[in-house]
Design a protein around this ligand. Structure first.
Ligand SMILES: [Zn+2]
Length: 407
């Protein structure tokens, strides 16, 4: 196998789930086409790889896997800055709804936006994530809540995947809120299961389904119906669970083999044991915690004790986490939730890959895995979570292609 790129004299942080803090100093990584052909100490690099490919002396710089944002809602119309201002002046959610704010204002703006306008707004958000080294991105629908707009959002995700040099994981989140056309939540869930999900599956517009399971949205019976249908259609399962209350949704999702439950502030010990048994990832979303000034932090020590993989994501959305900086989220996961800088790094690489079901293909630096990797302007991997977005990758490789920087 010929080398295409050989990066030597690097500090390689492979970020494997078994020991994310393992670092190989004075190391070489060899790329061959879209795969990692070899990595290890400089002195052990096979002679054949020294003969071909483009060579780069990293001068000690740190190399990590490409970053993965495994939870975002970044295809939407409009913005909610006025609502933010109202909240700072003391308005509660009820006041905001009365003024026409809240999620349904985003639904209206998304329904009326053209597909091109949605694409352009989302493209700019994707660009800022790519600049930080995001090479894989999950995007949920959920601001349409009707057939035309849910499909429109998922088509925008498809268009992004055809025009951006990174990978996308589309997720159907029609069960995000009750649309104005329905008064009965069960009738709406039945419509999603019987009408929308088969169309989405047939057009291969989503790889997973998700539901917002909270008393203000949908309950366990709704979630179970959706999960059963997802299994019938061979779609993976994700669930917004235990953000505002201990609803039992996480344990239910674990029983259905969910890839992830997301938020998890109110997780109980019982639920954590079930997540551990099922291998379900908990996706921590510190941006929403911060923006909503929540008080309840997720039980990180218990998750650590039970070896539940913890991912970290932006939750990028107009209502509760309008940012597009995964690096900031890593910092907040450390400061607010008590993750170590290496846990935060694992949260946006190997564990985020598992939250998408793609851990056998990407998320770590290992021979045979996809060559998604970053070269940072620092020798210390802990700088990435520490620097609050100030340190960005100098070289970005996706599937072995150099997207940013030059050798
Ligand atoms: Zn979310």
């Amino acid at each position: 196998m010929d080398a295409t790129f050989v990066i030597s004299n690097a500090t390689i942080a492979p970020i494997c789930a078994s020991d994310p803090s393992d670092v190989i100093p004075s190391a070489t990584i060899v790329l061959s086409e879209d795969k990692i052909a070899w990595l290890g100490a400089d002195k052990d690099c096979p002679e054949s790889y020294r003969q071909n490919g483009q060579h780069h002396d990293a001068k000690g710089a740190c190399v990590t896997p490409g970053l993965i944002d495994c939870h975002s809602h970044l295809v939407y119309g409009g913005e909610r800055a006025h609502e933010f201002a109202m909240r700072l002046e003391g308005a509660d959610y009820g006041d905001i709804l009365k003024q026409g704010g809240g999620i349904l204002s985003t639904v209206n703006a998304t329904r009326t936006a053209s597909e091109d306008a949605l694409y352009l707004a989302a493209r700019a958000r994707v660009q800022s994530l790519m600049d930080e080294g995001v090479t894989t991105l999950e995007i949920k629908s959920g601001y349409g809540l009707d057939e035309d707009t849910e499909l429109k959002i998922l088509r925008v995700v498809r268009q992004l995947s055809q025009t951006c040099p990174i990978e996308f994981h589309p997720t159907l989140l029609a069960a995000h809120a009750l649309p104005p056309e329905f008064t009965d939540k069960t009738a709406y869930i039945d419509w999603i299961c019987q009408t929308l999900m088969p169309k989405v599956a047939e057009q291969e517009l989503a790889a997973a389904v998700d539901i917002f399971c909270e008393p203000i949205a949908f309950d366990l019976a709704h979630a179970e119906k959706l999960f059963k249908k997802a299994q019938d259609l061979n779609l993976a399962i994700k669930c917004h669970a235990e953000q505002l209350s201990a609803s039992g949704a996480a344990a239910l999702a674990a029983r259905y083999g969910a890839l992830s439950i997301d938020h998890g502030e109110y997780l109980t010990v019982d639920a954590i044991e079930q997540l551990a048994d099922a291998g379900t990832v908990v996706v921590l979303l510190p941006g929403a915690y911060y923006f909503l000034r929540e008080q309840q932090t997720p039980p990180v020590s218990l998750l650590r004790e039970h070896q539940v993989p913890m991912a970290v994501a932006t939750d990028s959305n107009p209502g509760t986490s309008p940012g597009t900086s995964l690096l900031w989220m890593m910092n907040m996961a450390c400061v607010f939730f008590g993750l170590t800088p290496f846990e935060a790094l694992a949260g946006v690489t190997c564990h985020a890959a598992r939250a998408l079901g793609w851990q056998e293909r990407l998320g770590s630096l290992k021979q045979g895995l996809q060559a998604d990797l970053l070269v940072w302007p620092t020798e210390n991997p802990e700088m990435i979570a520490y620097a609050m977005g100030q340190v960005k990758p100098e070289l970005i490789f996706k599937k072995g292609k150099l997207l940013k920087g030059s050798l």
